[in-house]
Ligand binder design. Structure first.
Ligand code: CA
Length: 233
């Protein structure tokens, strides 16, 4: 952690969870702001911009998804990392939240250790993202991706990909560890909204994994949500 304390805003209406998060985040060296409903959360963000938001989705008043949407649509707050706190069985909300621009999610009940690790990871990813240049060659384990040239190598051997497969891979590998919904993958490939079935994305991924051979497992399935490129290669 840097020398300057970072502020985490916790938005959660269940008081015992809020207290637990507050206690452990302080212990881990963060400044902590708390909000128990949507309006309070938005007011807290305007009063002092946090470095990261832990956002419960089921809130009285303005719910978590709406908060996420508003923050992302406002230039002043669009870059604040958001980790959603979700209940089991809320996959549809997780998908919507990621599409609205949330960075990650943690399902309740969660382990504090896991949650703190996510907080650190998401903060780090955000700063890496700001440094990353678009034309840089991506090297991930045994995989090399040359963005400008539509060229991919696995263990030094060139692999032929279709244009769509290449764009899917480029999007996923460009943000290791980030969960992409199928809709986000389509957007990354086409650059705009257009109707495509989930099945079509699954077919692209299946083809891609096969062609990548030894690196095929770099693309992980996130059940009920989408796909993610392996982190830490
Ligand atoms: Ca709640």
């Amino acid at each position: 952690m840097s020398d300057q304390k970072k502020t985490v805003l916790v938005v959660e209406d269940e008081e015992d969870i809020l207290a637990l998060l507050h206690f452990n985040l302080i212990k881990a060296g963060y400044n902590v702001d708390c909000a128990t409903h949507g309006e309070e959360a938005l007011a807290a963000v305007s009063a002092q911009k946090p470095h990261l938001i832990l956002l419960d989705l089921m809130l009285p008043g303005i719910d978590g998804l709406e908060i996420c949407r508003r923050l992302r649509n406002d230039e002043a707050t669009s870059e604040i990392p958001i980790i959603m706190l979700t209940a089991c069985g809320e996959e549809a909300d997780v998908v919507r939240g990621l599409e609205l621009g949330a960075d990650d999610y943690v399902t309740k009940p969660f382990s504090i250790k896991v949650l703190l690790a996510r907080v650190q990871t998401v903060m780090r990813r955000r700063s890496e993202l700001q440094e990353q240049t678009e034309t840089e060659e991506l090297v991930r384990g045994a995989l090399r991706i040359h963005p400008g040239r539509n060229l991919v190598q696995v263990d030094g051997a060139t692999v032929e990909l279709t244009f769509t497969e290449f764009r899917v891979l480029e999007a996923l590998a460009g943000r290791p560890g980030w969960v992409f919904t199928r809709y986000q993958i389509v957007n990354a490939v086409r650059g705009e909204d257009y109707a495509v079935t989930d099945r079509a994305v699954d077919v692209q991924i299946a083809g891609l994994r096969k062609k990548l051979g030894a690196c095929g497992h770099y693309i992980e399935t996130v059940r009920g949500v989408g796909y993610r490129f392996l982190e830490g290669l």
